[in-house]
Design a binder for this molecule. Structure first.
Ligand SMILES: Nc1ncnc2c1ncn2[C@@H]1O[C@H](COP(=O)(O)OP(=O)(O)OP(=O)(O)O)[C@@H](O)[C@H]1O
Ligand SMILES: [Mg+2]
Length: 252
């Protein structure tokens, strides 16, 4: 498709996106463009709509109005096409959600064999290479419960990558981890970013935001109120809401 090959087409485009949960207006006229290879860190107080924003991008949450495109293609409402487009968008959550009764290798090889019909042997070879990449290849035959939280989260990242996504979304991927495991997960994410992956990351890790983000998007009450490079956002936030947020998070 012409649009897909055009490098000027944003990887993610949200235009005038609105969403309500009942009476609650959770996404208010969201306009957001993420270019190919860009890393966006989304910040904002609890309840500001960060997770909802993330979930609308692959239609885990339907929107009320507006448009969302991935690599130039609008998300279909349902059906096979949605499944295909959704697999272009990898997502990693706070909880790892690995299949408990499957080995680490099988966790990573499963979706490519089931969804993409990749032959089993090839899927396993590719899964092994991904486990290598996230540094847990030596755990391939274990079950999730036998791994540390940090290792499990790296497997979850490998599992998403196995579908060859165009975009990776992360919703607080390190929030459930013990402090000593946070860095190993952030290191995998930084390597992905350096490798050119387009990423949207919700995180409270300000060091990661400063180092890895091309832009920081700050949300408050369902709206994007700031969108700036990290050095600008952290040193010269424009709104009182961002100043207040940074005051709390940086002095804490
Ligand atoms: N399924 C749902 N049904 C009803 N309300 C919801 C639902 N999911 C989220 N909300 C509400 O929508 C608002 C935005 O929630 P969201 O989870 O997107 O915030 P967040 O910025 O990710 O917060 P946190 O930092 O706590 O994760 C909140 O007021 C929340 O209570
Ligand atoms: Mg959230």
């Amino acid at each position: 498709m012409a649009a897909a090959a055009d490098h000027d087409v944003p990887m993610i485009s949200m235009r005038a996106v609105n969403k309500h949960f009942g009476d609650l207006h959770v996404l208010k006229d969201i306009d957001l463009e993420v270019r190919r290879g860009e890393v966006i860190v989304v910040l904002g107080p609890s309840g500001s709509g960060k997770s909802t924003l993330c979930r609308t991008i692959n239609r885990l949450e339907p929107i009320d109005s507006g448009t969302i495109t991935i690599d130039g293609q609008e998300l279909p409402a349902e059906g096979r096409q949605l499944a295909e487009l959704r697999s272009d968008v990898g997502m990693v959550f706070q909880s790892f959600n690995l299949f408990a009764h499957k080995t680490i290798l099988d966790n990573v090889a499963l979706a490519p064999t089931k969804v993409r019909k990749t032959p089993k042997e090839r899927a396993r070879t590719e899964a092994m290479a991904l486990l290598e990449r996230v540094g847990v290849a030596n755990q391939a035959d274990k079950y999730p419960a036998q791994l540390s939280g940090g290792q499990q989260q790296r497997v979850a990242i490998a599992r998403s990558l196995a579908m060859n996504p165009k975009v990776m979304l992360f919703d607080e991927p390190t929030s459930a981890l013990d402090p000593e495991m946070i860095n190993e997960v952030l290191a995998v994410m930084s390597a992905l970013a350096d490798g050119g992956m387009t990423m949207l990351v919700i995180t409270h890790e300000m060091g990661f935001a400063r180092r890895a983000a091309d832009r920081v998007v700050f949300m408050s009450d369902g709206a994007i109120v700031e969108d700036a490079p990290p050095e600008e956002f952290f040193s010269r936030p424009k709104t009182d809401r961002a100043k207040d947020f940074l005051g709390k998070i940086l002095n804490h």
